[in-house]
Design a protein around this ligand. Structure first.
Ligand code: FES
Ligand SMILES: [Fe+2]
Length: 336
């Protein structure tokens, strides 16, 4: 069960080009492409003629031509041309999705296009904000998007899963604070005077004790922004400080699979391409550590025995609030 009246990341701007791309979102096949005039378009990827994928065709001007018998469809989804025919049956059309392209990412509204609400667009402005630098990448995950969300909302796993990368044993020694924030859930953990993690040692050159803060914002349906700030506590007012924004868009491909779009932005060592390379590499390695757990979790929970229930502890607070919020929103959407 998914929320439909929300924005999901469909892809990066660089993926929208004159060569169409198929991507399944919420179990629906989408054809992603860019018209000759530069507009990013998303159409249902199922030709109304015989059901072939439009994405196997080609972009001609402002239209996408089906690769089977040549029906052409404009950005509205209406058929604009059928070879050998002077009239076009009105039912020859596909669904066109509302699209917003911003910060190098392309968002798709999975509800009715005429209800698309720009005010609900999640905030990933760090992607092109002066003073922040980094890149975004894509990772396919064979697990439900909620497992990925919960992984990000409970960072105590870093002590075990990311022992060699992000891991700091302090993460389980300090409690979290969970609250409703905006239209989502915020989890904060303050870890004063701890040893810096291997990641911050390498990235920021921190050696002595640091104040480390994690703030995680979940915004429905699947957006998680993690702000992590480390401040050196030696050196008085000249304290060295470094921040990352970890941007996570967890677009469900279907119930058991997720398109994980992530960006990692930092506010220090600006202009240093070697640092960007290193941060991407380290973060990628970190996500691969998560991936292994998440995909096995999906497999084991797929065949859980009748009555099996997860055991909850206080560190699950963010996950539980997010789950309850999503259940309420999905129930409300289904009622309307
Ligand atoms: S299936 Fe697309 S034109 Fe025939
Ligand atoms: Fe992780």
């Amino acid at each position: 069960m998914f929320l439909r009246n929300e924005w999901y990341v469909a892809g990066f701007s660089r993926e929208f080009c004159e060569r169409p791309l198929q991507r399944w979102v919420l179990g629906e096949p989408l054809a992603l492409f860019r018209t000759a005039s530069g507009r990013a378009v998303i159409l249902e990827d199922r030709c109304p003629h015989r059901g072939a994928p439009l994405s196997s065709g080609e972009v001609c001007g402002e239209s996408l031509t089906c690769g089977y018998h040549g029906f052409a469809f404009g950005p509205s989804g209406a058929c604009t041309h059928i070879p050998g025919m002077s009239t076009i049956p009105p039912q020859a059309r596909v669904r066109s999705y509302a699209v917003i392209e911003r910060w190098g990412w392309v968002f798709v509204w999975m509800g009715e296009a005429d209800q698309a609400d720009e005010s609900r667009l999640p905030d990933y402005h760090w992607l092109n904000e002066p003073g922040w630098e980094g890149r975004s990448e894509y990772l396919p995950v064979k697990a439900n998007y909620c497992y990925v969300r919960d992984n990000l909302l409970d960072l105590t796993h870093a002590r075990y899963v990311h022992r060699k990368t992000l891991g700091t044993s302090a993460v389980t020694d300090y409690p979290i604070h969970t609250e409703m924030h905006g239209r989502g859930v915020r989890v904060t953990r303050e870890m004063p005077g701890i040893e810096p993690s291997p990641f911050f040692r390498r990235m920021g050159g921190f050696t002595g004790p640091v104040d480390h803060r994690q703030q995680i914002d979940f915004t429905p349906p699947c957006h998680v922004v993690i702000n992590t700030r480390v401040t050196s506590i030696v050196g008085g007012s000249e304290n060295l400080s470094a921040e990352f924004q970890v941007l996570n868009a967890l677009t469900p491909e279907n119930e058991r699979s997720t398109h994980y779009f992530w960006g990692l932005m930092r506010n220090f060592a600006l202009g240093d391409e070697a640092v960007t390379e290193m941060q991407q590499k380290l973060n990628r390695e970190t996500f691969f550590e998560d991936l292994s757990i998440l995909e096995q979790q999906q497999m084991l929970l797929d065949c859980k025995p009748e009555g099996w229930r997860p055991v909850a502890i206080p560190n699950d607070g963010g996950c539980l609030q997010a789950e309850r919020l999503m259940s309420r929103l999905i129930a409300a959407e289904n009622r309307s």
